[in-house]
Design a protein around this ligand. Structure first.
Ligand SMILES: Cc1cc2nc3c(=O)[nH]c(=O)nc-3n(C[C@H](O)[C@H](O)[C@H](O)COP(=O)(O)O)c2cc1C
Length: 275
């Protein structure tokens, strides 16, 4: 059967579902007085191996554009998915107020005047070489002068390294995606990652305890400790998949779960994800 394709509007803002999912970064820049600004961007891309050159889309009304036009320096900081809520909240404030409300830490970069954002896991330092104007919108090109990544993101299999980087992708307004798994072509099994499988239950719980349990799982998720969790639809038990370096660490994580503290039985076993 022929797949019936539906015409989409040309305006990207109306792309629901979006056809181009782009990585979210936070661009830091400084003005002529050295005052820093940070702003989320999703229209960033490599432009050329030789240079090397990177570019991103911006608006001329943005401080980011004014700063880069004035000083030329910027850093593309790569945030983990746990910063998603903070990233979306940034638009509500500007300048120093935005930086303070975000609770992010600015530290000096290696080669450029714009700072790194410490809570991000990668930093691509750039110097402006060109700006392409398209009405109120611009595409800013910069040569990459220095690149740094969290050392944890260099250890282990591709699956483990990208799980630690935990990149975040802009799908559409207020909707983002994260990376489930880095897979390698031709490799069997494609993934090799140590995790811990927790069987929880049986439990029958009051609503407030369940809410605290879910809140705890949400914290583990944002700390990058929780791969997935859920309950069986035909029972009164659940499964949690934890990312931990050792059985002791996994035990410690589950022992702090309010449900377990309230006496809910559990079993914990090491588990290797292969697919
Ligand atoms: C997830 C996300 C992605 C964004 N991507 C872009 C982008 O690619 N280009 C852009 O100009 N603005 C983008 N924005 C909007 C700017 O971050 C926003 O207008 C910000 O206030 C600009 O800050 P500034 O004036 O300090 O540069 C994005 C916002 C969010 C929340």
């Amino acid at each position: 059967m022929i797949d019936p394709k539906v015409a989409m509007p040309l305006d990207k803002r109306a792309w629901v579902t979006s056809l181009l999912l782009q990585q979210i970064v936070i661009v830091s820049s400084v003005d002529a007085n050295g005052i820093a600004d940070i702003a989320p961007k999703s229209w960033a891309s490599m432009a050329a191996f030789d240079g090397p050159i990177l570019g991103f889309g911006c608006n001329v009304t943005h401080q980011t554009y004014r700063n880069i036009r004035a000083t030329g320096d910027f850093v593309v900081n790569v945030p983990p998915a746990r910063l998603a809520e903070i990233i979306w909240a940034m638009a509500e404030r500007h300048g120093a107020e935005r930086i303070a409300a975000a609770g992010l830490t600015l530290v000096p970069a290696a080669r450029v005047s714009a700072p790194w954002i410490e809570e991000c896991l990668g930093h691509i330092e750039c110097r402006r070489i060109d700006i392409k104007y398209m009405g109120n919108e611009v595409y800013i090109f910069g040569t990459i002068e220095h690149v740094a990544i969290s050392s944890a993101c260099l250890i282990g299999t591709a699956f483990e390294r990208y799980a630690r980087l935990d990149p975040i992708f802009y799908l559409e307004e207020k909707t983002y995606g994260s990376l489930d798994a880095a897979r390698q072509v031709g490799s069997t099994p494609p993934l090799r990652s140590s995790m811990f499988l927790v069987k929880l239950g049986p439990f029958s719980v009051a609503e407030d305890l369940l809410a605290r349990h879910l809140q705890y799982l949400a914290t583990l998720r944002s700390d990058g400790r929780l791969a997935m969790a859920g309950s069986f639809l035909d029972g009164d038990d659940g499964l949690i998949v934890l990312k931990a370096a050792s059985s002791e660490e996994a035990q410690g994580l589950i022992a702090r779960d309010p449900l377990v503290r309230a006496g809910c039985p559990f079993s914990l076993r090491p588990w290797q994800r292969t697919f």
